[in-house]
Design a protein around this ligand. Structure first.
Ligand SMILES: Nc1ncnc2c1ncn2[C@@H]1O[C@H](COP(=O)(O)OP(=O)(O)OP(=O)(O)O)[C@@H](O)[C@H]1O
Ligand SMILES: [Mg+2]
Length: 259
């Protein structure tokens, strides 16, 4: 049986009575990359925002059904994410957005540990130093920024800023990171660098990435979910879905006929 890290049960999400995610049942394997694809407006962003309880921050937003996070420490624990503190959920399930958004008033150093600062978690200087160095190394940014850790994060290039945002999410040691089209604002070289990085990271964290880009999904994902008009149409190992899609809509999307 596959080792699952997150499972949704009849997940339905709406904005003011307008249902945009319909009855989604999805199980995400641990330490893998799952790509969520589908045409604009099909509900990809809303779906992943339900995973870490960001959807409920939108006005008139509603969520029904369940999101279960499965943690494996000494034993296996199933956590209903809608039954615990949302701040804790967002530490366990981090998020990276389309546009790199380092906190503009914070230095590179502070940005990495921003999750601790904002959660009021006090770190000793030596602990903070260690988290900053280790995490920046993980995102291959350490060598580029180690001499200017106390400069503002916004001075970095777009690709570096996005790696800093990934570091900010990783620093909280999450189970999962959600990335919503993280490379759509980047040039091809910076994009490739992020793709390589995600492949390295999946040993330590599960990755869910929303992407419009079929090529990107094919290059990096282990599993792919195809959504259409709020429904999960097809989901499976990427090589299977790409070579033998079961649904006509998936095939049309993959061949560029829709979306
Ligand atoms: N804050 C909001 N208030 C009301 N409706 C919204 C809001 N955000 C999104 N929607 C609507 O919900 C539906 C799904 O939107 P969502 O952003 O999840 O789609 P998406 O697949 O991520 O699209 P894209 O590929 O363009 O980012 C769309 O019809 C959209 O107009
Ligand atoms: Mg979106």
């Amino acid at each position: 049986m596959t080792d699952i890290v997150l499972r949704t049960e009849n997940l339905t999400a709406s904005y003011d009575e307008h249902i945009v995610v319909k009855n989604v049942n999805l199980s995400i394997p641990r330490n893998s990359i799952t790509a969520i694809m589908g045409p604009s407006g099909c509900g990809k962003t809303t779906l992943i925002r339900c995973f870490n309880r960001m959807h409920e921050l939108s006005p008139k937003a509603k969520v029904e059904g369940k999101v279960i996070l499965i943690e494996k420490n000494h034993q296996i624990e199933e956590i209903d994410v809608y039954s615990i503190d949302p701040m804790l959920v967002r530490r366990k399930i981090g998020m990276v957005f389309q546009k790199p958004n380092p906190f503009p008033t914070m230095s590179i150093y502070e940005n990495v540990i921003a999750g601790y600062i904002l959660n009021g978690i006090k770190l000793k200087k030596s602990e903070a130093d260690e988290i900053v160095e280790e995490t920046l190394k993980k995102v291959s940014l350490w060598d580029e920024v180690k001499d200017r850790l106390h400069k503002k994060g916004t001075f970095l290039s777009g690709g570096q800023q996005q790696r800093l945002c990934i570091a900010r999410a990783l620093a909280m040691k999450p189970d999962i990171i959600l990335l919503d089209e993280p490379t759509s604002a980047l040039d091809p070289v910076a994009t490739l660098k992020i793709e390589e990085l995600l492949e390295q990271l999946k040993d330590t964290v599960t990755i869910v990435i929303v992407t419009h880009n079929v090529g990107q999904a094919g290059r990096i994902s282990d599993y792919v979910a195809f959504m259409y008009l709020g429904e999960l149409i097809e989901y499976g190992p990427t090589d299977v879905v790409f070579t033998r899609p079961r649904h006509e809509k998936t095939e049309e999307f993959l061949s560029g006929k829709i979306g």
